[in-house]
Design a protein around this ligand. Sequence first.
Ligand SMILES: Cc1cc2nc3c(=O)[nH]c(=O)nc-3n(C[C@H](O)[C@H](O)[C@H](O)COP(=O)(O)OP(=O)(O)OC[C@H]3O[C@@H](n4cnc5c(N)ncnc54)[C@H](O)[C@@H]3O)c2cc1C
Length: 512
Amino acid sequence: MKPDYLIVGSGLSALTFGALMANSGKTVQILEAHEHPGGYGHTFTMAKKYTFNAQFHYVWDCGEGQTVNKVLKKLGLDQEITFERYDPQGFDHMRMPGYALDIPSEPEELIQRLSALFPEFKINIRQFVEAVEKTGEGLKTLSPPIKPTELLKHPIEVFGTVLYLHSTLQDVFDKFQLPQAAQTLLALQWLDFLLPPNQLSFYAWVALFRGYQAGAFYPTQHFESVINALVKVIESHGGQVLLNHEVKNFRVVDKTVTGVEAIDLTTHQTHEFTGDTVICNIDPKKAAKMIGVEKFSKTVRRKLDYEYSASNYMVYCVVKDIDLRDYGFGKWNLFHTGHQDLNAAFAQMYDRHDFSNPSFAITTPTFLTGARGDCPEDCQIVEFLTVANYGYFKQLRETSHKAYTQKKQEILDSILDVVEKHYVPNFRKHMVFHITGSPTTNERFCWSPHGNSYGSSLTPRNMGLGRLNQETSLKDFYFCNASSGYPGFAPTIWTGALLYQKLSGDEILGTS
Ligand SMILES: Cc1cc2nc3c(=O)[nH]c(=O)nc-3n(C[C@H](O)[C@H](O)[C@H](O)COP(=O)(O)OP(=O)(O)OC[C@H]3O[C@@H](n4cnc5c(N)ncnc54)[C@H](O)[C@@H]3O)c2cc1C
């Protein structure tokens, strides 16, 4: 079989692109190294009864008429794949000693809540939130494919937005002189970027913050249903998703990518695959190394010179004979920090590997949809997430498995101590299952270089004009993943759809 599109990797952007192409009558073949499709969006089952999504927690841009909905409609999946909304009165619950703020959907309500906490900074708070709104509108106009008529219609927003091109979130906090505690409450979803305010692109923060304000969602039938539905579209149109196939090399003839060499991890045999066009969902930098970086144009080489985003530490956990709703959990996430300064908290954990005063997220997927099936009725699933340094964990794992396991346990204990002290007394007594994931787990199960969480790091440099896109400068070869588009559920769906739009000429995204 020589498909129209040979796709390397089955992450969400690849599945979206593949499903759209298959649906339009093209032949599609996907090669995936893992035993599950979906990349970071894959779901796994433990102890035969607990299912966990590897990395997705909550998502945005899924409402009627928004990106995800447009793509699902095109695929005829919008009735099958539906979403539940988080509490608009407070989708992110920010907690730190002495302060609590639930982030509401309405910007005006956010101003009121913050002003009640910091009355002497009312004006600064209003100005900051208004700048966020304006920048968000400007970013929409500037998002590709850019329409010159739109730029002309919104010159003030566009100009105001461009001014922040090189800004970190910290730069903008400083500009509006927000008090430290207000900064921390606003930036406490830093786990969604795995970067602290002084490194995080203001653009990235605005896009995500406003995205969740407009609607934070969870799929009614869990994330697995989205991945399975996309795979089904591909297969039902005669396409293939071949699991356990690790691509080891690309075939390149005169700057044209013609196919790949892949090893079947179940038989250890190597096979060649060809395609009229090859789509690369794996990390672009890793693919470029396999191909030979010198084969790419200077411009693409420059764009490939990005730093990876930080890696993470996850706890997938099940509790029994307790209802966490009695302890303040529900249709929202909880973000905790012991440290008032998130820049310092990040450095303590990421650079010094000291988790004695951790900053972390707690998510409770069981409460987000009435559709159960993720665990038995008398259980609830809870997940904890924080940052972790790949180099450190890699070294621990290679030098002493005992030390590696001990470090994972130490972080878990530190998080659970906080949980028992501040949120759920005797939490440990109710834990019936847990498993932890480290940066090297990401590398092993999702083939992600350095265990990176979001592809290229979300700094102003990587989010600026030199950001990589689908263009590779090689013939019949395109990038299609978080680093060549944007990371996240909706952004990777957008990335796949944008490439489909470009190669098929079928305009499905329009303006949102
Ligand atoms: C801790 C964490 C939390 C997150 N939380 C959220 C969230 O709450 N909401 C949200 O919207 N987003 C979240 N994300 C981001 C989101 O998961 C990713 O941005 C998105 O899933 C990336 O999709 P992708 O298409 O780039 O491909 P990936 O998911 O990176 O998939 C790439 C695929 O390629 C395969 N592959 C790699 N090398 C090879 C090879 N040589 N041969 C064959 N196959 C190969 C991999 O196995 C993988 O399946 C989170 C990510 C992390 C890490």
